[in-house]
Design a binder for this molecule. Structure first.
Ligand code: NAD
Length: 366
């Protein structure tokens, strides 16, 4: 068999260069003139099973930005799914454009592209995609999950994501404070969206002192009123005295500007890609003694939910039980990080790779 050696044929910055540098299996470019659809599907690794990950719609300024995003996100799904104990690989799709472009034909055309991959990639909702969009996609492919409950799906995955994040936060508290009780702990939740608002409810119920923030004042006031949490200005969060910082808004909030300002013992939140530079900022957190619960580990409740729906026989109780296991996994990863003196993010990626390699070997036998 002809073997093409990536290092001999690949130019830095080229498509094959990027794919091989992150170890992807496949990048699919989808285009439809009639509906204006421009999408990319990244399939990172299918050792454990079909590559599952949501579709994000975003008005990327350049193609390069979209390619980088789909490759980075699909790689993250491989580790997230592996560590959650799912028999699923990692994939993700991005649709380039204004979310207003979405209509029935547009979404169904995308569904046909997903179908053309024969189940190697399974889609679900992500940023700017709703469960109702999945209904259109489902008209053209069976490889879609995250459908509304009235259509037999598992519905909005956010409550399960929040529950898993809560479990991960408790494990991180156990590591940092010697007890997993959050009672009396001062916790700042950044972003009171779908994940944030459910997380806040768990924290209040447990007797934590909860401070919350959001860039939308009305939304912030409403959640404060509904839950009893105290609303603060979004610009103050990085300088607050707090026990736990819970990022539940955007990614990359742990960066060169914020990392020295954060006065907390624990970081545990639902947002994806919290570390702007995975290696650099993970290492700084380790050196500062801040316990960091890796995002892709503790926010896996959502994918546990959509994964259960995809495999059939969806049972909410089982899903929550599975999300509860995030507590044990998180504690295992934090102990590994301490024992090996490596950042928790690195410990989590290594554990995910170990599972993929071990199961990959199992599959070698007939
Ligand atoms: P969402 O859009 O419902 O909520 C995000 C909230 O953050 C919004 O209220 C927004 O106004 C607020 N926000 C944005 N920028 C902010 C800032 N600078 N300061 C304070 N608040 C800000 O999204 P979501 O579904 O709750 O997801 C939150 C995060 O969790 C995202 O990073 C998402 O990728 C991740 N995540 C979500 C799920 C899920 O099941 N929904 C699963 C895994 C990961």
């Amino acid at each position: 068999m002809l073997e093409i050696k990536a290092s001999q044929t690949v130019k830095e910055g080229s498509i094959f260069g990027q794919i091989s540098s992150m170890d992807h299996e496949q990048l699919v470019v989808c285009h439809d003139e009639a509906t204006g659809l421009k999408a990319l599907i990244g399939i990172h690794n299918t050792t454990l099973g079909p590559a599952l990950g949501g579709t994000r719609m975003w008005p990327y300024a350049t193609e390069e930005e979209a390619i980088t995003d789909v490759l980075r996100l699909s790689r993250g799904m491989t580790f997230k799914n592996a560590l959650a104990g799912l028999n699923l690989g990692g994939g993700k799709a991005v649709i380039i454009g204004d979310p207003k472009l979405k209509n029935e034909a547009f979404l169904r055309r995308f569904g046909r592209f997903v179908q053309s991959l024969g189940g190697r990639y399974v889609t679900a909702e992500d940023v700017n995609m709703k469960t109702s969009d999945m209904e259109y996609i489902a008209m053209e492919t069976k490889h879609v999950t995250g459908l509304p409950e009235i259509k037999g799906g598992g519905g909005d995955p956010s409550p399960v994501t929040a529950y898993g994040t809560y479990m991960g936060m408790k494990a991180a508290a156990k590591k940092a404070f010697g007890s997993d009780s959050l009672s009396g702990k001062k916790i700042c939740v950044q972003g009171v969206g779908q994940v944030g608002k459910y997380l806040i409810e768990y924290l209040i119920k447990e007797g934590a002192e909860v401070l919350i923030t959001d860039i939308f004042e009305d939304k912030l006031k409403k959640v404060a009123l509904d839950t009893g949490a105290v609303a603060i200005d979004p610009n103050l969060i990085y300088d607050m005295d707090m026990d736990i910082y819970a990022p539940c808004a955007l990614g990359a909030t742990i960066n060169d500007d914020t990392i020295d300002r954060l006065k907390c013992a624990v970081i545990a939140g639902g947002a994806n890609n919290q570390l702007k530079d995975e290696a650099k900022h993970g290492q700084i957190l380790l050196e500062k003694g801040i316990i960091y619960a890796p995002d892709f580990l503790i926010n896996a409740g959502g994918v546990i939910n959509v994964g259960a729906e995809y495999f059939g026989g969806y049972n909410r109780e089982i899903v929550y039980k599975q999300a509860e296991k995030i507590y044990d996994t998180c504690l295992y990863i934090l102990n590994k990080s301490e024992k090996e003196n490596i950042p928790a993010q690195q410990a989590a990626i290594e554990a995910a790779k170990e599972r993929i390699n071990a199961i990959g070997r199992v599959k070698l036998s007939f």
